[in-house]
Design a protein around this ligand. Structure first.
Ligand SMILES: Nc1ncnc2c1ncn2[C@@H]1O[C@H](COP(=O)(O)OP(=O)(O)OP(=O)(O)O)[C@@H](O)[C@H]1O
Length: 300
């Protein structure tokens, strides 16, 4: 059986004085792994480090048994889709894939054998002759995945894949990643909690260079048990409530508001205790680690 495990220990990374990764210890196994955190948390830095794109770091990493120092071998087994992905806009889809195949050293026969199936897999089978610049955002992301797995890597690293996609494309893209994760390690970084909930069993939450949580989505969600309430209040009461509690959702109905909030005790006499979801648990974890409530609002 192949070693399908990434082991990260005592990883630190500085950009000048900025301590971007602070003593990260993490194990990632086969399947979908979600890396969740606000902008600037350190997700891209961690992913670039795993893809051997950053140097001058301290700590140990092995990817499927291979030490990270062995960059050539790591690249052979790793595919990476960066956040800002653009690829030869004036080329046609097949042409661009073929060219990238040449760059990664694949011979003609391998390229011919592999590219049509890959384009089919990412649902671009009918677009071999479409110019890259004419593809929609979602199609471009899927083409990005096709190029990242062109050399059939064991590890696929995908940074913020669903930003800017419409709901249908997001779901399609997530499903594609899940399919690929059946026989690979797929690491998906995002600041969208819903993307993680729908696809990943194991996750890590990062903030300000630190790991705030590692474990399953289920365990994380359980940490908010008995702390999530819904209540119907008058609109004018909202600000006072927001000052006291973390509000994780609200629905305005005229002068009344239905709020969902985190509280250790019943916040209003009509509040009803309810089942936590991952967003509640994420907000709770961020709050407990000292992130102010007003800074959390942008994540939902
Ligand atoms: N090349 C760099 N030089 C200096 N600081 C950097 C550099 N790259 C990233 N940083 C800083 O390191 C921190 C982590 O950045 P990183 O890009 O890893 O975060 P992120 O979680 O991926 O966020 P985002 O989703 O916005 O990319 C941020 O404070 C960022 O400003």
């Amino acid at each position: 059986m192949d070693n399908m495990q990434i082991e990260i220990s005592n990883l630190n990374k500085f950009y000048g004085k900025k301590h971007a990764l602070q003593n990260i210890n993490l194990s990632i196994g086969q399947g979908m792994f979600g890396l969740l955190g606000r902008n600037g948390a350190g997700k891209t830095t961690l992913m670039k480090t795993l893809a051997t794109l950053l140097n001058k770091k301290s700590g140990d990493i092995t990817v499927c048994g291979i030490p990270i120092q062995n960059a050539k071998e790591i690249c052979r087994i790793t595919g990476y889709l960066p956040q800002e992905f653009s690829m030869y806009p004036s080329m046609k889809v097949y042409e661009a894939m073929d060219y990238l195949g040449v760059l990664s050293g694949l011979d003609c026969k391998t390229r011919k054998g592999r590219i049509p199936g890959l384009l089919e897999k990412v649902n671009l089978g009918d677009h071999h002759r479409t110019k890259v610049k004419a593809l929609s955002g979602g199609m471009k992301r899927r083409l990005g995945i096709a190029q990242a797995i062109l050399h059939d890597p064991k590890v696929l690293i995908v940074d913020e894949p669903t930003a800017g996609l419409d709901p249908e494309e997001r779901i399609r893209f997530r499903n594609l990643l899940c399919e690929l994760a059946e026989e690979r390690i797929v690491i998906l970084s995002t600041h969208i909690v819903g993307d993680i909930e729908a696809t990943c069993e194991d996750i890590a939450i990062m903030d300000n260079g630190k790991l705030l949580y590692k474990g399953t989505v289920k365990e994380l969600t359980r940490t908010a048990t008995n702390k999530v309430y819904t209540a119907e209040i008058a609109r004018i009461e909202l600000n006072a409530l927001k000052e006291k509690y973390i509000v994780t959702g609200m629905l305005t109905m005229g002068e009344r508001v239905n709020v969902r909030l985190l509280a250790n005790e019943q916040p209003t006499t009509n509040a009803i205790l309810c089942e936590p979801n991952i967003e509640d648990a994420y907000m709770l974890r961020m709050h407990e680690s000292g992130v102010a409530a007003h800074q959390l609002g942008g994540n939902l």
